[in-house]
Design a protein around this ligand. Structure first.
Ligand SMILES: [Zn+2]
Length: 735
């Protein structure tokens, strides 16, 4: 007893989280009452099935006649972002072997089961097998890998690459649950919910629970319709409840406290617990079940789980033989042949893979962008899998200081030549050949040359993108690209493709989390940007929209600056709402067609960042209801974007800010005579101010207007005449 308690305490030290199956189930059932129909159908089948079991005998533990063994194919999906959640094959094989032992009724730790329950230990007679044939008929080891930000924002949406749930039990591992499931270790769907939403059927759990106590066998219990011993309606430790299984006495259940004496011998709900059955002769027979809770049950939360009861075994097997949610096809001979569940694990060629790692001095981001000759190394890690890897061979382009390597772990190298780096990795397995992965845009080495002041990036040709690297970190449809079909003043620009066609497995929900994409500028020398006002601005035009629902679009674009070749990025602003999505909603993919759909953007660069080598990063966070965003004509300037535009257009004028409190600026460009006349009228047409000015010829002029000019709030008209050309602009004064 003491030994058991001690080991219980030892195992719970890491157990912070529990199972979210009921929370998810209750929420889902509220949203989709149709689930109740499946639930009632299955409940009836189980109750009818239980009547066929001779409960008198069953309770007295005569072995039943049913010795059928059910073989079930399973598949493990590793949803990762190359962090600790990148489970390796051997750990998965060890865990699956452990789960299988439990479902074969061969786990030796049932010897710890306390005396009152020894005779109730059930054998599920279920054999779990990693599939050896995938849904496309290809050989597999029953493991898939998928890089996704949804590993860190996990829930149903993270169930990528599901294999048909009527052929395989799908089990996903992720790094971190989000939202309502944030505190969960794992969860699964009962057959009733799974029948309604087969695309969510399966188990999903934290990678750290792969082989943690019996967390995954517990979830597979839910897949086979087992409830927690206190029922499926409330959290443990709240009220006495029942799971509709006779030989698991009523209980409040237990928080993950381990098998303390208090939880092992907990009679709170079980005192005097018995059931009455008709025996074969139709005479009532009383079965006196233990008067203490079955804390060592795999479906409790104690984390000292040892057993299923015989009643639970019957319930699982009845769920398994029912067609609801396709459970009864799992073990059919046809399915076992199709999935290769009974075949030996094939020896397959490795899958070569690598990741870009965080390296000094980076702590949060992976190092995808560093200047040439910067002295900082990029680090790459071998991630090859699917076979015992016996050797690897790396090659690196761009005059790498380490152009080749055979390191099985990480390789760090610098690059002498700017541009995209090609990394190639060949992994060789123990006896089944090799495979190669080549990434021609693995990392980007930035050129140290700076752009001259005043240069304008028009993105007129695809070649312009060579110096504006785009990073699609999760390799999905939401990304920056060059767009040849719209532009500000021309026909091309860069686009962020945020339009959600609702077909992607990574459909966006809620606020932007996890997924983001970058486009990074070449270096600018901001010390050479000089204007009369002393400002340095990052100017550009954007044209954005959203799919539906005014105000519901969640997209945002963050602008960051680096004066250290990408070692440190500082955010200077974030554009969102109408500041970013300036056009009305469009249910189809948005493409701007007129100049008025573009918005001038001016981002002031703080003094601290006006150095002689400055990079700008545009980081787009796609959210729900997104549509496309277009960006063009990027420039650093002492003027605002609008003023810069006026200066570029002889005869044009601009007043800013407008509306104004009266203190504003009138901006225009003089002609060769340097003369300009302007006159301000009120709404009645009465002139309230006039000036005939003589300025420098062919110059950009910013004329300050004072609040004293305007007698009251209202609309005024400013008319400017330069070289016989007259332009009038409306000005709104709120003073
Ligand atoms: Zn559970």
């Amino acid at each position: 007893m003491l030994l058991l308690a001690a080991s219980g305490f030892a195992t719970i030290s890491n157990a912070q989280n529990s199972c979210a199956t009921d929370a998810v189930y209750q929420r889902l059932k509220q949203q989709h009452p149709e689930i109740t129909a499946f639930e009632q159908q299955l409940d009836k089948a189980i109750k009818d099935g239980m009547q066929h079991v001779n409960l008198e005998k069953f309770a007295k533990l005569t072995s039943g006649p049913d010795t059928t063994v059910y073989d079930i194919p399973i598949v493990i999906h590793v949803i990762h972002d190359y962090g600790n959640e990148y489970l390796n094959d051997d750990d998965i094989f060890a865990a699956v072997s452990n789960w299988a032992t439990i479902y074969r009724g061969e786990n030796s730790d049932t010897s710890d089961v306390i005396a009152p329950f020894k005779k109730y230990v059930g054998n599920p007679r279920i054999r779990l097998h990693l599939a050896t044939i995938d849904p496309n008929g290809n050989p597999t080891k029953g493991i898939t890998h998928h890089q996704s930000y949804l590993s860190y924002d996990a829930g149903d949406q993270s169930k990528l690459d599901q294999w048909p749930p009527s052929s395989y039990i799908n089990i996903w591992f992720i790094n971190q649950f989000s939202g309502a499931e944030a505190g969960a270790a794992a969860y699964a769907y009962y057959p009733s919910s799974a029948a309604y939403m087969p695309y969510y059927d399966g188990v999903i759990g934290l990678y750290s629970y792969l082989n943690y106590d019996k967390a995954i066998p517990h979830e597979i219990g839910h897949v086979l319709n087992l409830e927690h011993p206190w029922g499926n309606t409330n959290a443990p430790n709240v009220a006495c409840g029942d799971d509709e299984v006779d030989d698991t006495p009523p209980t409040m259940g237990h928080l993950p406290t381990g098998c303390t004496p208090a939880s092992l011998y907990d009679a709170t709900c079980a005192t005097g617990y018995y059931k009455t059955y008709k025996n074969i002769s139709g005479i009532d027979s009383v079965v006196d079940y233990p008067d203490t809770t079955n804390s060592q049950n795999i479906m409790d939360y104690t984390y000292c789980q040892r057993m299923f009861t015989k009643g639970q075994v019957e319930r699982m097997r009845l769920a398994l033989t029912n067609s609801i949610a396709g459970r009864s096809t799992l073990y059919s001979p046809a399915n076992l042949a199709k999935t290769g569940a009974l075949a030996p694990m094939p020896d397959l060629a490795p899958v070569a893979d690598f990741s870009v790692e965080r390296g000094t001095p980076y702590t949060t981001d992976r190092a995808f962008f560093i200047c040439a000759g910067d002295g900082t190394q990029f680090t790459f890690k071998n991630r090859s899998w699917n076979d015992t890897i016996t050797s690897v061979s790396w090659t690196f382009s761009n005059d790498a200081t380490v152009p080749t390597s055979t390191s099985m772990g990480t390789v760090s190298t610098q690059f002498g030549t700017p541009g995209w780096v090609t990394v190639s990795l060949t992994a060789t397995g123990n006896n089944t050949g090799s495979s190669t992965i080549t990434n021609t845009q693995a990392v980007y080495v930035a050129d140290n040359a700076t752009l001259p002041a005043g240069s304008v990036q028009e993105f007129a040709t695809a070649a312009d993108m060579a110096k504006w690297p785009v990073f699609n970190y999760y390799n999905n449809q939401f990304k920056w690209d060059w767009y040849n079909g719209a532009g500000y003043g021309d026909g091309a620009c860069v686009r962020y493709r945020s339009y959600d066609d609702r077909t992607s497995p990574e459909n966006k929900t809620g606020t932007p989390v996890g997924d983001y994409d970058d486009i990074i500028s070449p270096a600018y020398d901001l010390t050479s940007v000089v204007g009369t006002g002393g400002d340095v601005n990052l100017n550009f035009y954007t044209s954005g929209s959203y799919r539906m629902g005014t105000g519901s679009a969640q997209d945002s674009m963050q602008i960051l600056v680096s004066t250290s070749c990408g070692h440190v990025w500082k955010p200077i602003t974030t554009l969102k709402g109408t500041a970013l999505l300036n056009n009305s909603s469009q249910s189809a993919e948005f493409i701007p067609t007129t100049a008025s759909q573009w918005k001038a953007q001016t981002i002031n660069v703080p003094v601290a960042y006006r150095s002689n080598k400055v990079f700008f990063k545009f980081r787009y966070w796609p959210g729900s209801n997104g549509n496309n965003l277009y960006m063009d004509k990027i420039q650093v300037s002492p003027y605002t974007t609008e003023v810069g535009e006026v200066f570029a257009t002889p005869g044009g004028i601009e007043i800013y800010p407008n509306p104004s409190n009266g203190d504003c600026k009138l901006v225009f460009t003089t002609a060769s005579d340097g003369m300009a006349n302007y006159i301000i009228r009120d709404v009645t047409g009465k002139a309230i101010y006039q000036k005939d000015g003589s300025y420098a010829p062919n110059s950009h002029i910013e004329e300050a207007l004072s609040a004293r000019i305007f007698p009251s709030s209202g609309i005024y008209f400013v008319t400017v005449t330069i070289a016989n050309k007259t332009v009038t602009e409306k000005l709104m004064i709120n003073n």
